[in-house]
Design a protein around this ligand. Structure first.
Ligand code: TEU
Length: 555
């Protein structure tokens, strides 16, 4: 009685096109460059490609500021190139999901241009409010990327709302015409044959009527009025009825501040396939959010993962990720990118692939790419740049005070070019890359990884194969084991008579683990490990090596 879906069994690979492969030497990755690497993706064994935005855009936020939803930005190629990509993927039984960014557009979108001019038809497409002068903002809402969520537009003589950068004005979803336009555009893409959408910050689209002040004590002021806003369910239902109903597609909602209980309402039949949430991205931050650095709290990670695994077990489904284009590199953040880079990257991979849900691999994760060093002038990301500017205004004497935050947390860490070879520009481009190449490409690159049987790359391949072969990896129930262990994350998966036990040492010590009672007198075969199994017996307590992981098969 397994409730099968292709997107539950799939492994998703996220391509950040700007940094993946540059075919024409302009220093910017492009769609023909992705086409050249489709074979590579097939070799790795992934099933779905999630493509970050490739639409016409002034690139204030690398394409999350869309100027035309039904076009391809010339830097990335043409619509013909895009169609070729879809065809090449489909020919190999891979699928393609596109990024849908409909909380906001670019301020260079035709709708905003018309709206700013006060054109009657577009007057109400965005959130405009009057105000006399620059300091008199309409309410106290914060932006994710800057101070106030309001900017003054000289042309219209009014303020407009932007929850992200000032070049990303928020669409007014109360306006039915806006919804019509969005649904029409979605259908246009679906009819081209795509296999689904990843929906950017989709639980922000509904705002409280009248846009009242938010609670100044909350994490981001105003969130009580724009996260899961009053009409959100209605909008999602409409979206489903008018675009997704009857189509066999995968929908991944990226949602801010969503917890597992809330997610359970959004996911399932007539809902989203799964959600990208942020709870586990907070296990190494302090109260001040992403820029406050703290050690990994393993108990908190266990609590969050277990909550999501258990809550979505029946009717829901989990999206599993440890990195993406908005997060620093997982191995630098949750593992050890020095001495134990290979071991810890494999441990994190094992963790990702042995939970219940659909694993998402971000480009470069399969070779253990790491964070980089950042001089101020090397920063490319608007979020990081705004953070540095605000820090210099507020509390920092110089960039050196902010540097540790940028190096640990900047999104640019994820956006350095994919490392294909140890050659010039890591084989990414024959021109000058738009963002610096990580110095470590001489050691960390695809060519070297594929030539080494013991590499992270080959280990990922094996994990993908195992998951393809055995339902238990995909559908098995999850149960937390050794809940109080402070260094080891252990759990059990069960499906019918089959049982797996996974142990993951999240740190560089040699903690003792005792599975004797859990295993009893059953046979425990070591199925996966990132170390040579000197002695895999579990009848006695044993010590794990740094970042060691083991998956036992008790079936
Ligand atoms: O991200 C949403 C989001 O909340 C992030 O901005 C997050 O707060 C931040 O990246 C953490 O560092 C989505 C996209 O994934 C992101 O790339 C866009 O910048 C953002 O929406 C706006 O469209």
């Amino acid at each position: 009685d397994i409730d099968r879906e292709w997107w539950k069994e799939a492994v998703v690979y996220q391509v950040y096109p700007r940094s993946f492969n540059d075919s024409d030497g302009d220093g910017i990755g492009d769609i023909p460059g992705i086409v050249e690497k489709v074979e590579y993706l097939d070799d790795l064994g992934v099933d779905v490609v999630w493509l970050n935005p490739v639409y016409e855009s002034p690139m204030a936020d690398n394409g999350y500021d869309i100027a035309d939803y039904q076009s391809i930005h010339p830097e990335f190629g043409t619509m013909d190139d895009w169609e070729r990509l879809l065809e090449e993927l489909h020919d190999r039984d891979m699928r393609l999901i596109m990024d849908l960014v409909v909380n906001h557009t670019s301020d260079e979108h035709e709708w905003f241009r018309q709206s700013r001019e006060g054109d009657a038809e577009y007057d109400d497409y965005y959130h405009w409010r009057s105000g006399d002068h620059e300091d008199d903002v309409p309410n106290n809402w914060d932006s994710f990327f800057s101070d106030s969520a309001w900017s003054y537009d000289d042309e219209r003589g009014e303020y407009y709302l932007h929850l992200f950068d000032e070049k990303q004005p928020d669409l007014n979803w109360r306006n039915e015409d806006v919804r019509d336009e969005v649904f029409e555009m979605m259908n246009w893409w679906l009819e081209k044959g795509i296999d689904g959408f990843r929906m950017d910050v989709v639980n922000l689209i509904s705002k409280t009527e009248g846009l009242p002040d938010g609670d100044p004590e909350s994490g981001l002021t105003g969130e009580d009025h724009f996260v899961d806003g009053p009409n959100i369910e209605q909008y999602f239902e409409e979206m489903y009825d008018r675009t997704l109903d009857g189509r066999d597609v995968m929908t991944v909602g990226e949602m801010i501040n969503v917890d597992a209980d809330r997610a359970d309402e959004y996911v399932g039949e007539e809902g989203f396939s799964m959600l990208i949430h942020f709870e586990h991205m907070g296990v190494d931050t302090g109260d001040g959010g992403k820029w406050t650095l703290a050690d990994l709290d393993l108990h908190e990670l266990k609590r969050i993962i277990t909550d999501w695994q258990e809550t979505l077990d029946e009717d829901g489904w989990n999206c599993l990720y440890l990195s993406n284009h908005d997060q620093p590199r997982a191995v630098s953040r949750f593992g050890d990118d020095g001495e134990y880079r290979v071991e810890s990257a494999k441990m994190l991979g094992t963790f990702l692939f042995t939970l219940q849900g659909t694993p998402f691999v971000f480009q470069g994760q399969e070779i253990g790419m790491t964070n980089a060093d950042w001089e101020r002038e090397e920063i490319r990301d608007v979020e990081a740049e705004n953070h540095v500017e605000m820090a210099l205004d507020d509390w920092a004497d110089s960039y050196e005070d902010v540097r540790p935050q940028i190096e640990a947390r900047s999104r640019d860490n994820a956006r350095t070019p994919m490392q294909w070879t140890d050659g010039e520009n890591a084989g990414f481009s024959e021109g000058d890359p738009w963002i610096k190449v990580n110095e470590r490409h001489d050691e960390i690159n695809v060519e070297a990884a594929r030539a080494d049987d013991e590499s992270i790359w080959h280990y990922y391949r094996e994990l993908i194969d195992l998951r393809d072969d055995r339902d238990i990896f995909v559908y098995g129930d999850y149960e937390l084991l050794l809940p109080d262990h402070s260094e080891v994350f252990a759990y059990r998966r069960t499906l019918g008579d089959e049982e797996l036990i996974a142990v993951c040492n999240f740190f560089g010590g040699e903690p003792e683990v005792d599975l004797a009672e859990i295993v009893g007198d059953r046979d425990a075969d070591l199925l996966v490990s990132n170390y040579d199994p000197e002695d895999a017996a579990v009848d006695e307590p044993f010590a794990l090596r740094p970042y060691e992981t083991r998956v036992y098969d008790l079936s």
